[in-house]
Design a protein around this ligand. Sequence first.
Ligand SMILES: *Cc1c(COP(=O)(O)O)cnc(C)c1O
Length: 238
Amino acid sequence: MNDVAARLDDVRRELADAARDSGRDPAEVRLVAVSKTKSARAIRDAYAASQRDFGENYVQEMQKKAAELADLPDLRWHFIGHLQRNKAKVVAQIASAVHTVDSERLAKELGKRTAEAAAEGAKARGPSDARLRVFVEVNVGGEAQKTGCAPAELAAVLAAIESEPALSLVGLMTVPPYTDDPADSRAPFDRLARLRDEHGGAARLPELSMGMTRDLRYAVLAGATMVRVGTGIFGERS
Ligand SMILES: *Cc1c(COP(=O)(O)O)cnc(C)c1O
């Protein structure tokens, strides 16, 4: 077993343990392997170990890797970085999900570009899921410098996504403020879960994308359905 496969095993075990400890079915929690700065080779190792969902933060890097890995047709790219509207078209062509929609303007642009990509047949996701899956990133910590919409703006962003026929609203995402103690993430994760309840619950927003290597346990305890793990699978980034 290579390093990536071994670490992937450990992360899967940690996730399953956290799910059982919170009385949840481990199958309810999916793993997005965050491969930013890592090689196509490392992604192939994870793919060989049955990982299919991969997260990237930078548009050009995702584009390059998607080309290098085009022989793996059922690999799904999740865009998890800050997205500028002028890059929406490339993301619409490649990604199966975007976790970081945080404004009405971005939702509108992404909807338009996804419809265009579908019309041009450029869609790499395949005909079975032509719509782009979208999460709204919420800044639950209220930090001034961070991305994500404010909780007060959430209703408008959700409505903007639902008015775009090419987009499929699937849930909410957050990155909690960094502190020395990963347990501190529990409160912001609980806040994201509460916001979901206030905006239609799991019927409207089935997915909660939250938790990274250091705090994935707290995310699962708070109800995460998707965790985004980089370091734990691929090792430290330089
Ligand atoms: C880099 C990144 C991750 C993964 O972080 P790790 O600590 O390496 O697990 C998850 N989510 C987002 C938004 C990221 O930028």
